[in-house]
Design a protein around this ligand. Structure first.
Ligand code: PGA
Ligand code: ZN
Length: 423
């Protein structure tokens, strides 16, 4: 089956900002579309999404965030190269790499390359009569990932109401994804109720659907979520573990970690101790970006003293980048990686990063971004790639629930197994 047409166009994301969609039409008359997500707490080493600010394509209605140049790149540079080609994800990604050999995809824009790469994956799966998940995992049960879900949010996603970005839960004791999601919804709703009863404003819903309560310290926030889990009737530790996304690059300045809500600054060495105390005193089973994106020695130091079973997860540190992952493997800087396709720019090279991580005993967490859309390819990738874990945000907003609902669909209609990397 051949590619007939490739069209890029601008659509809106969950924050009401423009993002890129790519549609690939095949000779059988079918059309396959993918829309790309976008971050707010982005790492410096991510592949570069292009926006129109300052360019001849700038549109004043979108505050310079429009993506018309990227759309043009798809329609004028990428499309002519792909039309008449057989639909094959590997071939499409090879063309994209040739058209834009820059490491960060800054010439076409990573939002151009990823949109086309994803649409090609979906179209290729269709040409083989498969779902995207089955395209990557044709045989045996589909392996549903363990969710990691935002309950409280602060940082760049919620007006910096807390210094750390997210307090999440992981339903490690659930036997199925369906059961896991029911626990999560109960905790999320009870957190909103108890937060309000305790006199906090819970009106601000964060970008990823979490609740924003301005807890001054992380301990206070953890203790609140623990009380919520208990109120729901679940057991902290055995059934539900806590996780943090510290997103510390956001408050690392002049070589100091500045926790503005408690008015304290820490050197790297002091912050390693602070984080180690935190994970030793709270039932935290996963911690993301405890240290800044280039503070490699803090990561390394922490790994030598961190509790053995703790998941130490690199997001801004690793940016789904093979070179940075290999450095982290060599230096033992972390033991898990967040996999975000738009940090990388292509589906095939994102999968290569995941495979390299797995080959080196890193846990892998396929993740959405704070700016999302109604697509659910993320759930197919996390499942088809047997990633083990998925992070989507909370259970509010259809851009989040589209991903959870896709996993519910797998569990309802396919032969599946629910993975638990924390066992
Ligand atoms: P982002 O945040 O999508 O705004 O970068 C998500 C995260 O930090 O995990
Ligand atoms: Zn993060």
């Amino acid at each position: 089956m051949k590619i007939n047409k490739v069209i890029g166009y601008q659509v809106l994301d969950s924050r009401g900002r423009p993002t890129v969609a790519a549609a690939i039409s095949l000779t059988d008359g079918s059309t396959h579309t993918a829309r790309v997500p976008s971050g707010a707490s982005t790492g410096m080493h991510e592949a570069k999404e292009l926006r129109d600010k300052g360019s001849e394509n700038e549109e004043k209605f979108y505050a310079g965030l429009s993506v018309q140049q990227v759309v043009k790149n798809i329609n004028e540079k990428i499309a002519p190269r792909l039309i008449e080609e057989q639909i094959d994800l590997n071939v499409v990604d090879a063309h994209l790499l040739e058209l834009d050999p820059s490491v960060d995809h800054s010439s076409l824009g990573a939002n151009a390359t990823l949109a086309v790469s994803l649409a090609a994956a979906i179209a290729d799966a269709h040409s083989q009569n498969k779902s995207l998940a089955r395209f990557f995992n044709p045989d045996g049960p589909l392996l549903i990932p363990m969710p990691m879900v935002n309950i409280l949010s602060g940082g760049a996603h919620a007006n910096r109401n807390m210094d750390i970005q997210d307090l999440l839960i992981i339903p490690v004791g659930a036997k199925t994804f369906t059961e896991a999601l029911s626990w999560i919804v109960a905790v999320r709703e009870m957190a909103a109720k108890l937060g309000k009863e305790a006199g906090h404003s819970t009106n601000l819903i964060a970008d990823e659907g979490g609740i924003s309560i301005p807890f001054k310290s992380v301990d206070e926030a953890c203790e609140f979520v623990i009380s919520v889990i208990e109120k729901v009737g679940l057991i902290v530790g055995d059934q539900v573990g806590l996780a943090l996304d510290v997103a510390s690059t956001q408050f690392f300045e002049s070589e100091k970690y500045n926790l503005t809500n408690i008015n304290k600054s820490y050197t790297s060495e002091e912050f390693v101790k602070y984080i180690n105390n935190l994970v030793s005193n709270q039932p935290i089973i996963s911690i993301e970006d405890p240290f800044a994106e280039d503070d490699w020695s803090a990561w390394q130091q922490f790994m030598t003293i961190a509790p053995k079973k703790l998941q130490v997860l690199g997001d801004d540190l690793l940016t789904t980048n093979l070179v940075r992952l290999n450095k982290a493997i060599d230096q033992k800087s972390a033991n898990a990686i967040l996999i975000k396709a738009n940090q990388n720019g292509l589906v095939t090279s994102t999968l290569n990063v995941l495979k390299q991580a797995r080959a080196n005993n890193f846990n892998t967490v396929v993740s959405a971004r704070s700016g999302e859309n109604e697509d659910s390819w993320l759930s197919d990738l996390a499942t088809g790639w047997s990633a083990g874990q998925i992070k989507v945000g909370s259970t509010h907003g259809s851009e989040r629930n589209a991903k959870w609902n896709r996993l519910l669909e797998f569990e309802a209609v396919e032969k599946t197994k629910f993975l638990n990397p924390f066992n």
